[in-house]
Design a protein around this ligand. Sequence first.
Ligand SMILES: [Ca+2]
Ligand SMILES: [Ca+2]
Ligand SMILES: [Ca+2]
Ligand SMILES: [Ca+2]
Length: 634
Amino acid sequence: MKIQNKLINSIFQKILLIASFSVMFIGIGFANTNTFTVTNNSDADGICSPQNCSLRQAINSANNNTGPDVINFNIPGSQRHEILLQTVLPAITDSVTINGTTQPGYDIQNGPSVGINGQAIVNANGCGGEAENGVKRDYPGLDIVAHAPDEVVGNDASGTQIKAIRVENFCVGAQVSAGIAKPGGTSVSSDPIEDVVITESLFINCIANSAVDLQNTLRAVLTKNKFIDNSDNLEFTNSAFAVAEESVALGGQDSLEFLAGTTDSIARNNLFIVLPTTQEVTDFANQYDIPELVGGTLRNEFLIRSGIFIQQGASNNIAEYNTVKRSPTFGINLAGAGDDNIIRNNLVTDSLIGISSSDSNTIIEGNIVRDNLNAGIAIAPRRVSLGFFCPSATVPPDLDEDGNILNCGYTINNFLFRSSTGSKVIGNTIYQNMGPGIVVGGTAVSSNGMKIATTTNNTLSKNIIFDNLGLAIDLTNDSDFVFGTLFLGLGNAWFATIAPDPDGRTPNDYLDLDLGANNLQNFPVLTEIEYTKKENGEETLKIKGTLNSEAHKTYRIDFYSSENSGESEMHIGFIEVTTNSNGDADDFELEKEIEMQILPLSHHYIAATATEVGPDGELLSTSELSDSIAVLGE
Ligand SMILES: [Ca+2]
Ligand SMILES: [Ca+2]
Ligand SMILES: [Ca+2]
Ligand SMILES: [Ca+2]
């Protein structure tokens, strides 16, 4: 009997459990998920009703209704609809999908057909200054925070999606804040937020650290967005597994930044034109209905810097398949960042320097780097000058009328130095740059003349380098050849000092005892090429040479053929040699059958590099390119 009772009780409990699960399921599936449809472009406050609903009312209602909701649009009229906000919208504190593609007449080619405009807020309140209570003025457009400050039980903005919304004329004053969509809230200490998606949206004239500022996000995805004339476009801070792809940015002081603590994130298939032409601006403005920019130039060029900027300890990120054009500093810049970032298969053109790194273990691979005003690719130490550095908005700086920092709360007058070691620059195509193809160098020197940071163990291999004004590869100890950054808080200044042709060929020295960029690795000396044509028509080349470097070490000699001397158009093979006690690897020899695939008939010149091989077979510092010798004599 006892057993039977127990069984009955158990069955009863199971039924209760199932019943309660059903209630929960119904609760999530039906009772709590609402669709709020915006029916007008007013800025009315309150809550949303089916007949009369502003975007502000829809956000209020979605926030109040715990659990994911949907905000759709059905505003009468086929023209583009603009919601002129008088005050900032309520922060999004609960998961919501704001879907601009639902507005009748939406066409992805024409961009968002609904949008918010913050001009009246900026007109009334100014931007970037300091309010009376000492709190920075923040007027973001769409502010996505983890949850409400009063922590409504169950509220969580994770999973929020913004689709096809035009976001225009907003301003965020505080340093850490975003322009417009800022998941994670106004400071980096806010709670993390997951799975935020921002797609097909258009950000215009948003003055802030960034038009889209992702902080403390996991797995955020930004796809097919457009950015024009913002002071910055897109930033990741303390984020992981984020993706920014298929977006276009015209202007922006840094088009895309991976900042402090950002890891395992990807920027892919984006087009960043840092200094667009008038025609490019006009085309974009016509397509997206920005009449004030037609025939003109961007308004926010004053702080323009790089296309992709990875800094402040961001590690293990990837930038791939992006096109970066016309940066007045660096197309892609890894500066004082974390390590182990990968820059691959990008096209970088018409910038001051195409790709630069002052970090460790950067992989720069398969990029096309051409038509840059100085070097194509530069690996160098970095001197970071910290004049007034305001690292946190919790210490708001005093500003003058022009936004220049008068007092930062605290200041650091110091220089930071950073070496650049262990990078792999492999398989890039580098041509028509106005300086060296690849430059490795710069010994950073302290104010009292001490050499502090040099750049070593960077491997340069299988790069296609031709038609540059400087050397194919230049190792230099020119102490002027350092990259500097001067942080002035909101008044960021930026400088990059680099000589277009740092010091030319660095002579070999006996036993290679000299130090500096890549330890000023000695290059091989090619001595002879033997060309043989056998009776069966088979053609072979024997390339002979010598290397003097450190004693009892192993070096890899890479051979390249080219149409012109001083270039490396095609990698044709390599051998490893070991030096004796005099540092000599005499009379090494590479024998190669000539095949069209490996040596086109026009390739009359052979040159080589030497790369130190470490004890475990790892490739370390690479030399400059040797003098070329002609295959068949001159
Ligand atoms: Ca909700
Ligand atoms: Ca040199
Ligand atoms: Ca040397
Ligand atoms: Ca040396």
